[in-house]
Design a protein around this ligand. Structure first.
Ligand code: SAM
Length: 275
């Protein structure tokens, strides 16, 4: 094997990944193998950093060769699935427990492998993601959020290893029904949430509770701001539309004014604020 890298596309995005990478040597399902060292690839859920071909005589031989390299392996098998499953079953179990958002990702090295044909494995001991095939499964909240959109934000924040700190200000543009705003509020952020349609009731309801001075806010089409803040109006009239550039500029100016206004009022309320 020469100097090459394998990129596993996020589900449904192999076409986009192929376009992003340009020339690809070989493709197996969502796994795209390209010449050269690893490159940044926005559509890849996982990058196999040092893929090597290994010849195997049998299922047990394949498992033994993987175990000899390291303990933890995830397999990707768009073909020869039964044979690959039998090999994986002879390897130590990798925890499949869903992650509690906010807890650190697994730290043990996790390699990836696939079968190129019945006698040839492609194995990469090092990968960019500590999760099998780059997929993160969270312990979900089935009661609080208005939709499952919050899982996308949790995933993005987990992958980049960064999240808003309590008291930081977040601007959620196009926020309805409010999954991301709900998640941000739970992290203790002050959320300015903007949409042309109302937020779901459970997200609106949180606006008076999170950290005391967190609030949801929005604008009506006639340009006046409506606020929902701790202990006051519970329901923002969420209508803000940016269908033209001039309207977008107006909205930007109004948001700037809103954030400055909010910063001032947070500074005078009894709860903590970074502003
Ligand atoms: C996919 S949804 C967002 C879901 C949200 N992130 C969540 O977590 O629940 C996109 C939202 O953008 C809003 N939107 C689209 N164009 C808009 C505009 N010009 N002005 C205000 N809101 C807009 C839509 O009303 C819609 O609620």
């Amino acid at each position: 094997m020469g100097d090459r890298t394998a990129y596993l596309a996020a589900q449904g995005y192999a076409g986009e990944l192929g376009y992003e990478l340009g020339t690809v040597e070989r493709r197996l399902g969502r796994l795209l193998i390209a010449a050269g060292p690893p490159r940044a690839a926005a559509w890849a859920a996982n990058v196999w950093l040092d893929p090597q071909e290994i010849k195997v005589a049998s299922i047990s031989d394949a498992a033994a060769k993987l175990r000899a390299i390291q303990r933890n392996w995830a397999f990707y098998a768009p073909r020869l699935y039964r044979r690959a499953t039998l090999i994986q079953e002879q390897l130590p179990k990798v925890s499949a427990k869903p992650l509690v958002f906010g807890t650190p990702p697994p730290s043990a090295p996790l390699g990836s492998w696939t079968l190129l044909d019945a006698e040839t494995m492609l194995v990469s001991p090092r990968c960019t993601s500590p999760f099998p095939n780059g997929e993160i499964h969270f312990v979900e909240d089935h009661a609080g959020p208005p939709s499952r959109a919050y899982l996308k934000l949790w995933e993005a924040l987990t992958v980049i290893g960064c999240r808003p700190e309590p008291g930081e200000r977040c601007l959620d543009l196009g926020s309805s029904p409010g999954g991301w705003s709900w998640a941000l509020q739970r992290m203790g952020a002050h959320v300015v949430s903007v949409d042309k349609v109302p937020l779901a009731p459970q997200t609106r309801a949180r606006s008076g509770r999170s950290t005391g001075c967190s609030r949801m806010s929005c604008a009506t089409r006639n340009g006046s701001w409506h606020w929902s803040r701790a202990g006051s109006a519970p329901e923002p009239a969420a209508i803000l539309s940016a269908r033209s550039n001039s309207k977008a500029r107006l909205i930007t100016r109004r948001l700037g004014a809103l954030l400055r206004l909010q910063a001032r009022s947070c500074a005078t309320c009894s709860t903590t604020s970074t502003s």
